[in-house]
Design a protein. Structure first.
Length: 218
């Protein structure tokens, strides 16, 4: 029986997943169709990161009513989660023991955005159970717990990425993304040196897996 650990960083624009199986990491990101440049997509592919495109839904009229907005949000969620769970299913074999961790809602999320991401997350959890995940193997970690695994509970996104780059995890050190972030980090940054999305989401997914690993092996 193979134990598979999965970390999911769920965001509206670019959810990311990290899978640890047989001592190797697999990373995938599910960005909106036009949210990542072609150049960055190519650099991610060269870094052995799976890019699964999520098509944009039809643009809403300028004076859209709440019904249309909610329909689009539901359509977006279904598409995203279908792509994500299908990718995860493709890495499972009969007899695999699956444990999945999701980062809980951010304390910074408020108002309608909080409502939207909450709905997305609950749909994701339901689809994971439909995939065959034992509810006892579903873990939800508060953002500060994941940050603590990376170093400190109040780490910024930049510090989470820095922690990923400097990690001494032997299973990670051979992955091409870790190598490229150390050797050619500039291709993942803007001209001003800011990290481009979805680098932060991918790194967060990794730290979610590490938090899961820590809780399973205290």
């Amino acid at each position: 029986m193979t134990k598979i650990l999965v970390g999911i960083d769920y965001s509206i624009t670019s959810p990311a997943i990290a899978i640890l199986k047989n001592g190797e990491y697999t990373f995938a990101v599910f960005p909106r169709e036009n949210s990542v440049t072609d150049k960055l997509r190519e650099e991610l592919r060269k870094s052995n990161v799976n890019i699964i495109n999520v098509p944009e839904t039809a643009q809403l009229p300028k004076k859209s009513i709440i019904t249309l907005t909610e329909r689009r949000a539901l359509s977006d969620a279904v598409q995203q989660i279908k792509h994500l769970t299908s990718f995860l299913a493709s890495h499972l074999e009969p007899g695999d023991e699956l444990a999945v961790a999701i980062e809980g809602l951010s304390f910074a999320s408020t108002s309608s955005r909080l409502s939207q991401i909450s709905g997305y997350q609950w749909l994701l959890r339901y689809e994971l159970l439909k995939l065959g995940l034992d509810i006892n193997n579903l873990w939800i970690f508060a953002p500060n717990n994941v940050k603590s695994t990376a170093g400190k509970g109040n780490f910024s996104k930049e510090e989470m990425i820095a922690g990923f780059i400097s990690a001494t995890d032997l299973k990670l050190s051979t992955h091409q993304l870790h190598i490229n972030l150390n050797q050619i980090s500039e291709v993942f940054q803007s001209k001003g040196g800011k990290w481009l999305k979805p680098i932060d989401d991918i790194c967060d997914a990794y730290w979610i897996v590490k938090t899961l690993e820590k809780n399973l092996n205290p």
